[in-house]
Design a protein. Sequence first.
Lengths: 249, 438
Amino acid sequence: MLEIKNLHASVEDKEILKGINLEIKAGEVHAIMGPNGAGKSTLSSIIAGNENYEVSEGEIFLDGEEISELAPEERAHKGIFLSFQYPVEIPGVSVTNFIKTAINEKRKANKQEEMPANEMLKFIREKSELLEMDRKFLSRSLNEGFSGGEKKRNEIFQMAMLEPKIAILDETDSGLDIDALRIVANGVNKLKNENNAVLVITHYQRLLEYIVPDFVHVLMDGKIVKTGGADLALELEEKGYDWIKNELN
Amino acid sequence: MELKDKLLASFMAFEEKIDTHSELHEVRSNAIKNFEYKGFPTKKEEAWKYTSLNAILKNDFSVFPKKDNAIEFKDVKKYFLHEIDTFKLVFIDGIFSSFLSSTTHDGLDVCLMSSALTKPKYKMVIDTYFNQIASKEESLTSLNTAFSLEGAYINIPKSKVVDKPIEIIYFSTGTEAALMVQPRNLIVVGENAHVQIVERHQSLNSNPVLTNSVTEIFAQKRAIVDYYKVQNDVQTANLIDNTYIAQKQESRAAVHTFSFGGNITRNNLNFYHQGERIDSTLKGITIIGDKQHVDHYTLVQHATPNCESHQNYKTILNDSSTGVFNGKIFVEKEAQKTDAFQQNNNILIGDKATINAKPQLEIFADDVKCSHGCTIGQLDESAMFYMQQRGIPKKEAKALLMYAFTSEVTNSVKIPELKAKIARIIADKLGVNMGFDL
């Protein structure tokens, strides 16, 4: 589904990714772990098409199509979703209106009619219940004055609405208390099926107790240095990242 | 003949035509003398440093419209709050249109300045309020005073809560090659009374128009005045709006100015405090493009203790448009415990767009809270990326962000139909259809 080949990228002439190779198949959950500054968030931004990073080498394929020249919205329309570590506040635009716009833009791009209002309402209700969101929450301005947990829950709500092929969760666990973490993880698990895939980017193992990965990759200094199963995350939690560094040396 | 000379020559003829109280003759004569002495303002004056009227004044404006022009309601319906019932004062090329208007004398006066200035029963109100706070020094206000005859006269008695908004609309038909109009409005809001007013100037074709308008508003004790100015005119229309507001104790007055179009627009907005615990609000949204020019020149005169003023102006400039914000807050020695706030945020979209922003605080009291913030920037890139990631294309994302940028001001509009209208105009200006009513 998503295939990354020899990806090199830099920001302001500083090379951050130094040859990433990654293949994610439909139905799989992958996790990328690594110490701060390893390039985890850079990788997720680049997959989503952030133009602040320059891809100097390598390719990104989505269902066999090379997408690294596409605009962020075009990638979104093809099914890439990035749950932001720091979702942006947009005062004056309600959660409902924002998601309506996003859905209809996607449908427009895919040559579909706009979603009828009653269908949209039903869909919003269904997905907000999945994330245990209060009805009042939906009429609030997007992310404005939201707590950390509310912001992340709102990200997963949008993911549920947009039904992406591949969802990248960038540090979704940061700033979440245990209840919010459970709700968010539960939402992700319910949305997971054999036709989509999830890439979890995280510093800690905590979230992976709830969203159990098929593969865990360790990203250090711009490269994937180790790949294993779910138990690798536990090992990292226990021993930290230094032992891998030592192993490499 | 230059416009100034034409106006001076027209003045005699104008005074002969009308029959008013003799006191008024003196007011007019003094006013025309001041205008004759000062002439039109030029960029040499500090207050007009960034706005030049030279190009406009080259037009050969007719000073008096030659005939009555009729308009069909269906052709101008969109300029009204037609979804709801309102009082209406409508003027076509400066002349009152009884056909389009909906006036009243039932429990309040919503009628014509020309009646108020000539009929004895209004004499006391006119003597008490007319030209009392309008500047005697400022040349354009003087010019208006000299020719003042027609406009809105609104008198809300004590404790009257007006149950529907009052719309004041000035249409220009373009029947004249170029027309100058000088509306004069007087609004007196009695103790504990409450009123909502929407004012609009609208040209219906592209012949040049110069409107030099003066509005005096008096808010008595505990009165609540909500005033909205909708400026979304064609690119050959010029507006100089001079608004003077005097507030008595515990009154609340708010003026929202929405400047979305016209050639040159200058808003002179002046608040004078005449009692304690007064609350004044000045808010505005400016969204313009091409070579349009909008200049907000505000003054809040804090002369009494324990009063508040809140200013919030948002500007988005496209293309080669220019914006000016000059916000003067004057806190007199007696005005202790003043709380004056001023905010002015500007986004420049066009490469050749210019903003001139000048906060001006003059504080003579020692126990006050005054703050001002002015920002000039571009759109937030991380917010753009966030929205694009959700599938919203760049153009729509930009529009949504700009809408968000102005929402602090639109949110305080208290007439829902007006709020919806403003949102539609904004969406239209930004060239997007968001798929929902913003």
